[in-house]
Write a protein that binds this ligand. Structure first.
Ligand code: PEP
Ligand code: MG
Length: 609
């Protein structure tokens, strides 16, 4: 990691966010604009000016509140020194030399607030940029921040399509206000070093994808897309959840050591891929992989998985729109063949939420995660669903397929989905196609499904608990919203009791339960889930070896006792305290890096963090 000399002249800025995918990356920035501000210079009628001025003043308040918030979070995580940068932004927002010309532009030139901000601040930025005084030039970045914040506060952000480049681009750190899985699918992996985004939590699909691609990522940075310039250099610490814009030599040297340790740990973990995921007293836990792309099937066995516990089939729909039945059959067959005789769970289309598929999903929903998504889309667009089920059945001849329905929230939905499956199956059998038996299961990821779990268990061959959505819906905490990331609490008693209830119901009916949400790969959660009696854990391939290491270090009887104890606790804080007391040292001694990501780091700049 060599620092470029130009970094010396540039502003060094530290920003903290959500540790979305572990690892470290340093390189140039490729900024992807996903926000466009609608600007128009037409004059307003005099009668509208007072209201427009108020609109502007409210935007100033909103921007100031956002900056205060950022300052607070940065202060808590990195210390007062690093948080001080936001003071200059706040000062600018109160500075009459900045605000007055904008207000005058509204009052005298009858400009709308957006145009007044744009025209006034653009002129000021140009003046600062060309100033002979270094101190003035340095303030350009702050002014740009204010410009973007005010426009964002005045405007509804709109999404722009991802610009495509025909020539290969230099590997860079991708910076954007937000990235959708669809956008990410159109970026070539070898052009990316890491990701940094303004919004998004740890279980947003962009974070999941970054982990699958083994690329470091920090999300929830709130204003990185505003602060950063195209020719800046960026250091991404996906393990600690922070980035440094234009890091200095000292920063880079400090991280050199961390990178060496991280790479060594990764190598060591690979040496244990053939070992069994069995507790010290002989309880075997099935470890499967979550994949998003058929190509990932090539390597999951090398990571020590004994099957695929979740293939998110919607990712097939991102690149070119709806694939044909033949294209789908080919993709599913490829995965099944590659894994055969190991089982592969293919989840039917789970579009919607933060995975919008262009010609399928509804574009403007107020609450997309609770909207027209997933199985709801499939049961309305039966043409699409039948095509996918037919492709799955045709592919089932190539390996060991299990089909899984997502987002089931009622018995009717499950029955309807199953009926369509049997209809497709009968049709193929009538056409003379020989088909093997295929197990059919459903995800338990909506609280209603947990409340109905005894009934549902009688209707399926397996359950898979989607903790990402189950936590989101149970706790009413949007999984993509970084502002409430600390409330996304897997160890909340409500969540643990729901998992327990699901396991009990499944086992009473003699069917297995898997957990395929991100929780399964979090070391402390892994231990609780095993203790609760979960039969399978499915996770990003990179986490499998760490998970194996943890399972091999404990007694099943002990984690069962742990599960019994935590089920009786009243708060997530109590559970976390108890788990840390009992297992923290063991996990640190095992050198588990994902643990450091999710629980430990308070101040990633500290040497021994
Ligand atoms: C989940 O909700 O936990 C899950 C595994 O599915 P997804 O993350 O794709 O919603
Ligand atoms: Mg889900």
């Amino acid at each position: 990691m060599k620092s470029k000399m130009t970094n010396k002249q540039k502003n060094r800025t530290v920003l903290v966010g959500v540790a979305a995918s572990p690892g470290y990356a340093y390189g140039p920035v490729r900024k992807i604009e996903t926000r466009k501000y609608s600007l128009d210079s037409s004059a307003l009628p005099t009668s509208a000016l007072a209201e427009e001025e108020n609109h502007f003043l409210s935007a100033v308040d909103k921007a100031a509140k956002e900056i205060q918030n950022l300052k607070k979070v940065t202060g808590e995580r990195l210390g007062e020194e690093e948080a001080r940068i936001f003071d200059s932004h706040l000062m600018m927002l109160r500075d009459s030399t900045v605000l007055d010309p904008i207000i005058q532009s509204i009052r005298q030139k009858r400009h709308n607030a957006r145009w007044a901000v744009h025209s006034t601040l653009s002129a000021l930025i140009a003046k600062f940029e060309s100033s002979k005084m270094e101190i003035m030039r340095e303030r350009t970045m702050d002014l740009r921040e204010i410009y973007n914040r005010l426009l964002a506060a005045l405007d509804e952000a709109t999404s722009a399509p991802l610009p495509q480049s025909k020539t290969p681009l230099e590997p860079s750190n991708i910076v954007s206000h937000e990235l959708t899985p669809g956008m990410l699918m159109s970026i070539e992996k070898n052009e990316v070093l890491g990701f940094a985004t303004d919004i998004g939590g740890r279980t947003s699909h962009i974070s999941i994808l970054a982990r699958a691609m083994q690329l470091p990522a920090v999300s929830g940075l709130r204003n990185i897309s505003v602060v950063i310039e195209d020719n800046d250099m960026l250091f991404i610490d996906g393990t600690g959840g922070m980035v440094i814009v234009n890091p200095n030599e000292e920063d880079l040297n400090r991280y050199q050591e961390k990178l060496a340790v991280y790479n060594k740990q990764k190598q060591e973990l690979f040496t244990m891929r053939q070992l069994e995921p069995m507790t010290l007293d002989g309880k075997y836990i099935t470890l499967h992989a979550n994949i998003e792309l058929p190509i990932e099937a090539e390597s999951v066995l090398e990571f020590g998985a004994t099957g695929i516990g979740l293939y998110r089939s919607e990712f097939l729909f991102f690149r070119k729109g709806t694939p044909t039945c033949e294209e789908q059959t080919a993709a599913y067959s490829h995965i099944l063949k590659r894994l055969s005789p190991h089982p592969v769970v293919i989840r039917t289309l789970d579009a919607g939420g933060d995975k919008l598929v262009s010609d399928i999903s509804a574009a403007d929903e107020a609450n997309p995660f609770m909207g027209w998504r997933s199985i709801r889309v499939c049961l309305t667009r039966k043409d699409l669903f039948r095509e996918q089920l037919r492709a799955l059945l045709l592919a089932s001849r190539e390996g060991h397929l299990r089909i899984m329905f997502p987002m089931i929230s009622s018995l009717n939905e499950l029955r309807e989905a199953k009926a369509l499956y049997y209809e497709c199956r009968t049709q193929l059998l009538n056409e003379g196609v020989e088909l093997p038996e295929v197990q059919v299961g459903c995800m338990i990821e909506v609280p209603a499904a947990v409340m109905m779990v005894d009934t549902l268990a009688k209707e399926v061959d397996f359950f898979s608990i989607g903790t990402n959505d189950l936590i989101q819906f149970t706790l009413a905490v949007d999984r993509t919203n970084e502002l409430i990331a600390n409330m996304f609490e897997p160890h909340h008693p409500a969540v643990l009791n729901m998992i327990n209830r699901t396991v009990q119901a499944a086992h009473s009916e003699g069917i297995p339960v898997c957990v395929c949400g991100e929780m399964s790969a979090d070391p402390l959660s892994t231990l609780v889930l095993v203790g609760l009696g979960v039969d399978e854990l499915s996770m990003t391939p990179w986490s499998i070896m760490e998970c194996k290491k943890i399972i091999r270090s404990v007694n099943y009887e002990d984690v069962k006792a742990t599960a019994r104890a935590v089920l009786k606790m009243d708060t997530a804080a109590d559970v976390n305290r108890y788990l840390r007391q009992k297992y923290l040292q063991m996990i640190i001694d095992l050198g588990i890096s994902s643990f450091i990501t999710s629980h430990e780091i308070k101040n990633p700049l500290e040497k021994n963090a």
